[in-house]
Design a protein around this ligand. Structure first.
Ligand code: ZN
Ligand code: FE
Length: 251
């Protein structure tokens, strides 16, 4: 199954998935670049999956629905804040879209109704502003405990799953991550690879879950180096996570 990353607005990404029986879009920051990506491949749009209500994820929904008549899915918990949905979804739902199963994972924290979409047959999960490349979304509506639980659910997916997140924030995430776990060799290598990718203009918002688990400080509150640096040797994982998130907020 082909996955196409579509840069939108200043630093957002939408994703197209060419499923066996149709094309799915995850998030619609704006219509223009998505229409271009579809037309250059001769694709129609069959389904549009919304992760959360922020404008930079839904700004293009109305225009795309009008143009393609695609079916629009989005989180039930944010229904009132979203453009009209054809199907309101909840964590635990398994949908069938374009001939492939899509599992809905409830990942609140950034917003209270945020969902991620897992395509097991494509070995990909679309996480928008929950789990992000070397980072996690800012906690606007939820609590650190809530976000930690959401990240824990995503961490339990198969390690070879490709995590596709919503923004090109990786350069500053890498700089921050190195202040939290400077001795992490895998993190140093990834940080160098990110710098190289960005000078070549490549997107860095997708990454294998196994690599996130090895390098993303927000998934690593169990790391002895991190606990040591933060002076939180015996704290619960959720508390270490909360401290890392608080430091990132003022980074
Ligand atoms: Zn957002
Ligand atoms: Fe966003």
């Amino acid at each position: 199954m082909e996955i196409v990353t579509v840069p939108c607005l200043s630093d957002n990404y939408a994703y197209l998935v060419k499923a066996p029986e149709g094309v799915c879009l995850i998030d619609a920051p704006e219509a223009g670049p998505i229409i271009e990506a579809l037309e250059s491949r001769g694709w129609e749009l069959d389904a549009l999956l919304i992760t959360h209500h922020h404008h930079d994820h839904v700004g293009g929904v109305a225009e795309l629905r009008e143009k393609y008549g695609c079916t629009v899915y989005g989180p039930k918990a944010e229904k009132e804040k979203l453009p009209p949905l054809d199907t309101a979804v909840e964590g635990g739902d398994t949908l069938r879209i374009g001939g492939t199963p899509v599992e809905v994972i409830f990942v609140p924290g950034h917003t209270l109704g945020h969902v991620a979409f897992h395509f097991p047959e494509a070995e990909a999960v679309f996480t928008a502003d929950s789990l992000m490349a070397l980072g996690c979304g800012r906690i606007f509506e939820g609590t650190p405990d809530m976000m930690w639980e959401s990240l824990s659910k995503l961490s339990a997916l198969p390690a070879e799953t490709l995590v596709c997140s919503g923004h090109e924030y990786t350069t500053s995430n890498a700089r921050f991550a190195l202040t939290i776990e400077p001795g992490n060799e895998a993190l140093k290598l990834r940080s160098d690879a990110i710098a190289k990718a960005r000078t070549e203009g490549r997107a860095t918002a997708t990454c294998k879950l196994s690599e996130e688990l090895a390098t993303n400080p927000f998934l690593r509150p169990a790391s002895p180096e991190i606990r040591d640096r933060l002076g939180m040797k015996d704290a619960p994982d959720a508390a270490v996570f909360a401290e890392i998130r608080a430091r990132k907020d003022s980074f």
